[in-house]
Design a protein around this ligand. Structure first.
Ligand code: NDP
Ligand code: GDR
Length: 386
C-alpha cells in the first residue's frame, strides 16, 4: 500500500520563512499548500524556484488565494486541503509598521490566528491536524530577565507584539481546552538573503552593497544601540517542523545565544566589502565614517563582473541617524536561551552569525552589481529604499 503523503498548509508562504519552509517540506516529500494574497503585482518571487506548472497533475506545491482576515476563505481552503500540519507564518510582521497600522496588525496577527484555530474546530480537524504558531521574541519586549527562556514573563512593546501575545495565548488555550496539537515557536530574529528589505539587517547589507557600487550615497538608520540575537532563517524553519513531530505539543524558544548590536552588524557587513568604519558622535550626531577601504578586496568579491565606482576616501560619511526610524517604544536588547529546544528537539543551528552576514552581503552585492550594469546601460533600476 502506498504510504500517505503528508500535506502541509503554510500561511505566509510568500514570506522569508514560508519560502525556506516550503523548500524544506518539499524535500521531505510533503505535498505543500500555501496561502498567497492577491496583489496587483506578482508576489511569489521568493518561491518562484519551487513553482510547478498547475497543469502538471503530480505537482506538490499548490497555491491558494487567501487572507488571514477572511474566515470563510480560510475555512474553504482548509476544507479543500485537509492538511496534516498547518504552519501559521502569515503576519503583518514589521514592528515599526505596526505603530502605523495597529488595527490591521491586530486583525491579521491576533484574530488571524484565532480564525485558523476555529476553522480547524469547525471542520473537525482539531484532533488530526497539527498547528504551528509563529510566536516571537518581541513578546519579551521590555525584558524581565536575561537570557530569555520559555518561562520569562512577557512585556510586549508594540502593537505587533501585543497582537502576537494574543496569538501565543490563544494557541496555548486551544491546546489546553480542546486537546489540540498546537505549538508556539518563540523565535528570535532570523535573517537571510530572502529577508524583507526594510528589516534592519537586509537594509544594511543592501545599502552598503549599493553604496560601494555608486548606486546609493548613504545609509540612514534609527537606534543603532539595539541588540539582537540573530540566527539564520534556514536553520529556524527546520525547528518549526521538528516541533510538530513530537509526541506531545509544547512551546520552544529558538535562538543562537549570541548577541550583537545594530552598529556591530553594520561594522561587520562593511568589513565584508573592504570598508573599515569608524564611529563618531553620539545620538542624532552619530555617524559611521570610512577609516579605510580595500578596493582590491571588493574587486575580488565582484570577480571582475562589475566596475568599482566608489571612491571611499577616509572621512566619507556612510552611515547616519535618521529619527524617522525610531520607534515610539523600543525593544533594546534580546538574547535567547534555547536549552529546551536543544535538549528536547535535538536542535542546533548550523549557520553562524558571521557566515550569515557574509552570505547576505554576497547576495546583495550580486544584486547591486546587476543593477549597476543595467543602470550603466540605460535601463531603469529599482531605487526604492526606506
Ligand atoms: P515576512 O514578512 O517575510 O512574511 C510574512 C508573510 O505573511 C508574507 O507571505 C505575507 O504576504 C503574509 N501575510 C501578511 N499579512 C497577511 C494576511 N493578512 N493574510 C495572509 N498572508 C499575509 O515574515 P517572516 O517570514 O520573516 O516571518 C514569518 C512569521 O514569523 C511572521 O508571522 C513573523 O511575525 C514571525 N516571526 C518572524 C521572525 C523573524 O525574525 N523573521 C522572528 C519571530 C517571529 P505578502 O508576501 O503578500 O506580503
Ligand atoms: P525587529 O526587526 O523589530 O526586531 O522585528 P528589525 O530588523 O525591524 O529591527 C531590529 C532593531 O533594529 C533597530 N533599527 C532599525 N530597524 C529597521 N527596520 N530599520 C532601521 O532603519 C533601523 N535602525 C535601527 C530597530 O529599532 C530594532 O531595535 C523582527 C521582525 O521580523 C518581527 O516580525 C519578529 O517578530 C522579530 O524580528 C523577532
Amino acid at each position: 500500500m502506498a504510504s500517505h503523503m503528508k500535506k502541509a498548509l503554510i500561511t505566509g508562504i510568500t514570506g522569508q520563512d514560508g519560502a525556506y519552509l516550503a523548500e524544506f517540506l518539499l524535500a521531505k516529500g510533503y505535498e505543500v499548500h500555501g496561502l498567497k494574497r492577491r496583489s496587483s503585482l506578482f508576489n511569489t518571487d521568493r518561491i518562484d524556484h519551487l513553482y510547478q506548472d498547475p497543469h502538471v497533475e503530480s505537482r506538490r506545491l499548490i497555491l491558494h488565494y487567501g487572507d488571514l482576515t477572511d474566515s470563510t476563505n480560510l475555512i474553504r481552503v482548509m476544507q479543500e486541503v485537509r492538511p496534516d500540519e498547518i504552519y501559521n507564518l502569515a503576519a503583518q510582521s514589521h514592528v515599526k509598521v505596526s505603530f502605523e497600522s495597529p488595527e490591521y496588525t491586530a486583525n491579521s496577527d491576533a484574530l488571524g490566528t484565532l480564525r485558523l484555530l476555529e476553522a480547524m474546530r469547525i471542520l473537525g480537524l482539531d484532533k488530526q491536524t497539527r498547528f504551528y504558531q509563529a510566536s516571537t521574541s518581541e513578546l519579551y519586549g521590555l525584558v524581565q530577565e536575561t537570557p530569555q527562556t520559555e518561562k520569562t514573563p512577557f512585556y510586549p512593546r508594540s502593537p505587533y507584539a501585543v497582537a502576537k501575545l494574543y496569538g501565543y495565548w490563544i494557541t496555548v488555550n486551544y491546546r489546553e481546552a480542546y486537546g489540540m496539537y498546537a505549538c508556539n515557536g518563540i523565535l528570535f530574529n532570523h535573517e537571510s538573503p530572502m529577508r524583507g528589505e526594510t528589516f534592519v539587517t537586509r537594509k544594511i547589507t543592501r545599502a552598503l552593497s549599493r553604496i560601494v557600487l555608486g548606486l546609493q550615497d548613504k545609509l540612514f538608520l534609527g537606534n543603532m544601540n539595539a541588540k539582537r540575537d540573530w540566527g539564520h532563517a534556514k536553520d529556524y524553519v527546520e525547528m518549526q517542523w521538528l516541533m510538530l513531530q513530537q509526541d506531545t505539543p509544547d512551546d520552544y524558544v529558538i535562538a543562537t545565544g549570541r548577541q550583537f548590536s545594530v552598529r556591530q552588524f553594520v561594522t561587520i557587513a562593511a568589513a565584508e566589502l573592504g570598508i573599515e568604519l569608524d564611529w563618531r558622535g553620539k545620538g542624532l550626531e552619530e555617524a559611521g565614517v570610512v577609516a579605510g577601504f580595500d578596493a582590491a578586496l571588493l574587486r575580488e568579491k565582484l570577480n571582475g563582473s562589475c566596475q568599482v565606482h566608489a571612491n571611499l576616501v577616509p572621512g566619507t560619511e556612510l552611515v547616519a541617524v535618521d529619527p524617522r526610524y525610531f520607534r515610539p517604544t523600543e525593544v533594546e536588547s534580546l538574547l535567547g536561551d534555547a536549552t529546551k529546544a536543544r535538549t528536547k528537539l535535538g536542535w542546533t543551528p548550523r549557520i553562524s552569525f558571521e557566515d550569515m552576514v557574509r552570505e547576505m552581503v554576497r547576495e546583495d552585492l550580486t544584486l547591486a552589481a546587476r543593477d549597476e550594469v543595467c543602470k550603466r546601460e540605460g535601463f531603469k533600476v529599482y531605487d526604492y529604499h526606506e
